[in-house]
Design a protein around this ligand. Structure first.
Ligand code: AMP
Length: 220
């Protein structure tokens, strides 16, 4: 399964991605996670990306495309992959098309999660991520079973992302509407664009996503 997950920040892409990667046994390629790792490691790329991320702006296309091209060299993508947070501009989508053509690979589906903008700010303000295993929680809708402790790895560091502050959240939503939404028109003519509503609980969205995508065994 070669899949792109599209949707505004807070639509639930990361949470759905974790479940879909387990279902199809494919790697989760999140450019946001890759960039945050680079920032933590204080690499040259991380230092460059940091200021864009802190303002809720997009990191330049050429930086992202080089990072994804390098990621595509790893053998684990042979069985497929899920792209989360990439592509985010038409230029990145065009770059991805070239990368895939060069590797003789085709996308199976582009899954777009749609959601009202008002829901996003409250969702993102309550988001916490385990700094160890990256499991995502929502303090209101999906809290960990024991306060402050990750259900998956028992890590005790559930952190709020630097860019999940109200002003930055609004900037990120605007950037999404201006730069990423046009991707729907780029992918629609391919006939592989699937749209699901991201309103409601994680389980409700998951049910819709499962009903929309083919079962895992058909893709073996
Ligand atoms: P995310 O975790 O996907 O919400 O990404 C967090 C931040 O990383 C974004 O607000 C951008 O600053 C940056 N970022 C992640 N993926 C991309 C991308 N494909 N293109 C440009 N910037 C990105």
């Amino acid at each position: 399964m070669r899949l792109i997950l599209l949707g505004p920040p807070g639509a639930g892409k990361g949470t759905q991605a974790q479940q879909l990667c387990a279902r199809y046994d494919i790697p989760h390629i999140s450019t946001g996670d890759m960039l945050r790792d680079q920032v933590l490691e204080k690499t040259a790329l991380g230092r460059k990306a940091r200021r864009f991320m802190a303002q809720g702006k997009l990191v330049p296309d050429e930086v992202i495309l080089a990072m994804v091209a390098e990621r595509f060299q790893k053998p684990d993508i042979a069985n497929g992959f899920l792209l989360d947070g990439f592509p985010r501009t038409v230029a990145q989508a065009v770059g991805l098309t070239s990368l895939l053509e060069a590797a003789h690979l085709e996308l199976d589906a582009i899954l777009a999660i749609t959601i009202d903008a008002e829901v996003l700010v409250s969702r993102l303000s309550a988001r916490r991520t385990c700094s160890n295993c990256k499991t995502i929680y929502n303090l209101i809708a999906q809290p960990p079973k024991r306060e402050g402790i990750c259900d998956v790895c028992s890590g005790t560091n559930l952190v709020q992302r630097d860019d999940d502050q109200p002003n930055t959240i609004r900037a990120r939503i605007e950037v999404y509407e201006r730069q990423t939404l046009p991707l729907l028109s780029y992918y629609r003519p391919m006939g592989k664009l699937l749209e699901v509503s991201g309103q409601g609980s994680v389980a409700e969205v998951q049910e819709r996503v499962q009903a929309t995508l083919p079962p895992a065994k058909e893709t073996d």
